[in-house]
Write a protein that binds this ligand. Structure first.
Ligand code: TYM
Length: 333
């Protein structure tokens, strides 16, 4: 069976970008009975960016409730919290010892942090933890631990997938063929969903539209999407518009084509945003209710995650035993 795997870092409330880039395609893929799905809360990754324990715990509950509310079938998929899989940090170390430092020097997130320091006239390493530096190796361990074939992600994660392949190849070459080489699956139409200001929608830019905002707030957020000053009746370029980009991430092909001609015919921004709100709200309203209900039931969420961890460990424990044997340290069995 083909294995599909993806994770979300637990450092905030999930937003429309996470939904269209990762959660929606992942849930769709998990409905295909010829695949096996592994979805998880990347809470070890959260520690890299966030040292507020309440925030990490709250975000874990919110992201778990999001997957469940959107209809993830937990009998079919393995749904777990990264930190419950104790084999992951152990595999991370073994992979760390097989990974060239030069490969990590090239990671975009690390390079961006160094560059920011340099342009601020700081020491290049200022504020950079080994967690940030090693981030791609932990992510490789997440993926290789379950021998995933396909990893649905947004475009921003494709470099990490290439690194996971490099790391797997190097291990396979140094020891023996053990790891599947994973592939990123990027939906090109929504590879990078734009945020309110037109840049990539991202928690770190503060430009997100949270997925399950109450209806009124959702409307307010959509009204805040940046547009140009063109008046009603003046033709607008759909390919240069965040409103249109978000529209096409939610609408059918026909509806996208219709909106494209409305733009060319000079639809007013207010009208385009009103229709966008109705579309997005229509897709999310039922799940939002379920989400709010689930957030009031943390014990249920915890029990789902515990069951998921058990299922995940049935795969990770035997794999780690083989890895330990392959590298010549005591086998766990
Ligand atoms: P994270 O938590 O930043 O984002 C979760 C997923 O959402 C996608 N995404 C977007 N897609 C389209 N448009 C956007 N504006 C947008 N913003 C975020 C991301 O590409 C991602 O797919 N390192 C990962 C989490 C992770 C992981 C893994 C993923 C840890 N281990 C193993 C896959 C496999 C991250 O920080 O994603």
């Amino acid at each position: 069976k083909q294995r599909v795997l993806t994770g979300i870092t637990t450092t905030g409330t999930p937003h429309l970008g996470n939904y269209v880039g990762a959660i929606r395609p992942a849930i769709a893929a998990s409905r295909d009975t010829s695949t096996e799905s592994f979805f998880f809360l990347a809470d070890y990754h959260a520690l890299i960016k966030c040292q507020d324990p309440d925030h990490v715990a709250q975000s874990s509950r919110e992201i778990a409730a999001t997957w469940l509310a959107l209809g993830l079938d937990i009998d079919q998929a393995v749904f777990y919290r990264q930190s419950d899989i104790r084999e992951i940090p152990e595999l991370t170390w073994i992979l760390t010892c097989n990974t060239a430092k030069g490969l990590m020097n090239r990671a975009h997130a690390y390079k961006a942090a160094v560059q920011d320091n340099e342009s601020a006239g700081e020491d290049p390493d200022f504020g950079i933890t080994m967690g940030l530096f090693n981030y791609p190796i932990l992510m490789a361990a997440d993926i290789l631990m379950f021998n995933a074939h396909k990893v649905p992600v947004g475009r921003d994660q494709t470099q990490h997938l290439e690194m996971a392949r490099d790391i797997a190849q190097r291990f396979n070459h140094n020891y023996k063929e053990m790891f599947t080489l994973p592939e990123a699956v990027v939906d090109d139409s929504v590879a990078v969903l734009q945020g309110l200001d037109g840049r990539k929608m991202s928690k770190s830019y503060g430009n997100t539209i949270p997925l399950f905002l109450p209806e009124k707030q959702l409307k307010k957020h959509i009204n805040k999407i940046k547009t140009n000053l063109l008046e009603p009746g003046e033709p607008k370029d759909p390919d240069d518009s965040t409103v249109f980009q978000v529209w096409s991430a939610f609408a059918s092909e026909e509806e996208t084509a219709r909106m494209r001609s409305e733009f060319e015919n000079g639809i007013a921004w207010g009208e385009a945003k009103k229709q966008l709100f109705e579309l997005v709200n229509g897709e999310l309203a039922a799940a939002r209710e379920e989400y709010n209900r689930l957030l009031d039931d943390p014990d249920y969420i915890e029990s789902v995650l515990q069951r998921g961890a058990e299922k995940a460990r049935a795969h990770s424990a035997p794999l780690l035993a083989q890895v330990r044997e392959a590298v010549g340290i005591r086998s766990m069995s």
